[in-house]
Ligand binder design. Sequence first.
Ligand code: ZN
Length: 166
Amino acid sequence: MGLLCITCDLDEIDCYHAVHGLPPPKGDQAHIIYNRALARVAAFLEDLHVPGTLFVVGKDIEASIQGVEVLRTLAGRGCETANHTMQHRYDFTLLGSEARADEIDGAAQVMERMLGVRPVGFRAQLISSCPDPGIPRCESGICCCRYWRQTCEFLPCRARCGHRVS
Ligand SMILES: [Zn+2]
């Protein structure tokens, strides 16, 4: 029997604006992913009766009380909340090791404070930018969430990061 992993990067709408060269979102739109779309993801997972892994950006969870509530509910249903860095910088892999560690540890601290659980799983921005073996070890864990570890061999990131399946 095959294994299905459902993961979702909770990139706030400003990430998409930045990628497409749009001006920053304003007002309620600035937090629409955590304040509205996350509830839809939760309903989707509940309808399927499956857990998922949600990659959380530290700066965004700090700005959304609704998002915190939904993520706590999902964690209670067996979903993993994993680390997607503090600022979601698209130049993450170009940062020095100390700056990368700050991005990972910063998000881990915020998530522990807001969600009550320190994340173990981690995903860099974009699968193609999965960190190399030189990524700094930190308290947050290493590449790939717990569900990905079992299927990581099928993902392009495995070849780059050298992640070993345990
Ligand atoms: Zn992302």
